[in-house]
Design a protein around this ligand. Structure first.
Ligand SMILES: [Zn+2]
Length: 338
């Protein structure tokens, strides 16, 4: 059951795959579900497009075009490779899909037949994620390297999340019964490959290769993934630990210590780690005693308010409360530490 991704999860898988993301305001709740009375999902494939325009983010994310309200895709992919989230719901991107073509993606077949209207149609907006990649689609406008790389990552991230193969990645021209031609055009390069023409087959091959690697992988790097140097665990001996705790000469003593000396050769300049720890522990105990005393004094004072007692009585009551509190703190500390 391929339930649509939540907005948070959608973002997370893209980031994990190394995609630079942005969020179009309101994208998490914008979709064509309520207005059409149709539900998005279960989803079974990704459909890739070119925008056939420039600066089309607002059109894709929100405004739509005449007769086709936005959002027009789930993701708008800029030339820079920046993926802007446009919807986590139903989006108007696919239109009717030829059933024979859709079935080949649904079943992840290795070949995808040309879309045939006579095979019937499926509402593609119910069942597919749409990626709108910024390109004029005139066959001359180039998909920059960074854009194509992000495109492969986006499709791979979704496939990886659902456990789909790259055969779940389709292109609009492979499913449309309306003669769509997208995506189309030259790609600047990918990995170690130079300029080439976009084809759905090559795109799926690139997604498939990516899926063989972890999400953090980058294509075409000649250097292998760095393997961390092997660490050999060397256990500390009791003698090492004792040295660490007791040896002077590494940790400067506090300047307000009674025997502090500015002379680096004098005993009072350095403390051992053990001395430092003991001093810290004693300081914390003293602070707790003072806090308890303060709290007891306030309580005792409050208890004397309005009783008309003379000053000596009030002082005696407060002093007794402080003494009891300090003793109690010592007992608490000892019972916890012993
Ligand atoms: Zn399209």
């Amino acid at each position: 059951m391929a339930t649509p991704l939540s907005a948070g999860r959608f973002l997370a898988i893209l980031k994990a795959e190394g995609v630079k993301t942005a969020e179009y305001p309101g994208w998490t709740t914008r979709g064509r579900d309520a207005a059409t009375g149709r539900q998005f999902g279960p989803v079974h494939m990704i459909l890739n497009h070119h925008t056939a325009g420039t600066n089309s983010l607002a059109v894709v994310a929100k405004n739509g075009v005449a007769g086709l309200p936005g959002p027009l895709a789930h993701i708008h992919l800029a030339k820079s490779g920046l993926a802007t989230m446009c919807s986590a719901g139903r989006a108007n991107h696919a239109g009717p899909m030829a059933k024979n073509a859709y079935d080949s993606f649904l079943n992840e077949r290795s070949t995808h037949p040309a879309p045939s209207k006579s095979s019937g149609t499926v509402d593609g907006n119910d069942v597919s994620y749409g990626i709108e990649t910024e390109n004029l689609g005139n066959g001359k406008d180039v998909y920059p390297r960074a854009q194509y790389d992000a495109w492969v990552r986006i499709d791979a991230a979704i496939c990886r999340e659902y456990g789909w193969s790259a055969e779940s990645c389709g292109c609009h021209k492979e499913t449309s019964i309306e003669g769509k031609i997208d995506p189309k055009g030259p790609v600047e390069g990918y990995g170690a490959r130079g300029r080439f023409e976009f084809t759905p087959k090559q795109f799926r091959a690139d997604v498939a290769e990516r899926l063989k690697h972890p999400a953090s992988w980058s294509p075409g790097s000649s250097t292998p993934d760095p393997t961390p140097p092997k660490e050999t665990a060397v256990p500390l001996t009791d003698a090492d630990l004792k040295l660490l705790a007791t040896r002077d000469g590494y940790f400067p003593a506090p300047r307000d210590a009674a025997d502090y000396s500015t002379d680096k050769k004098a005993a009072g300049h350095y403390w051992s780690l053990g001395t430092h720890l003991r001093a810290q522990s004693e300081g914390i105990r003293a602070a707790r005693r003072e806090l308890a005393a303060l709290s007891a004094a306030v309580t005792a004072l409050a208890g004397q308010v309005g009783k008309g007692a003379d000053t000596a009585t009030v002082v005696a009551a407060v002093q007794k409360a402080i003494a009891d509190a300090v003793i109690k703190v010592d007992v608490d500390i000892n019972s916890k530490e012993s």
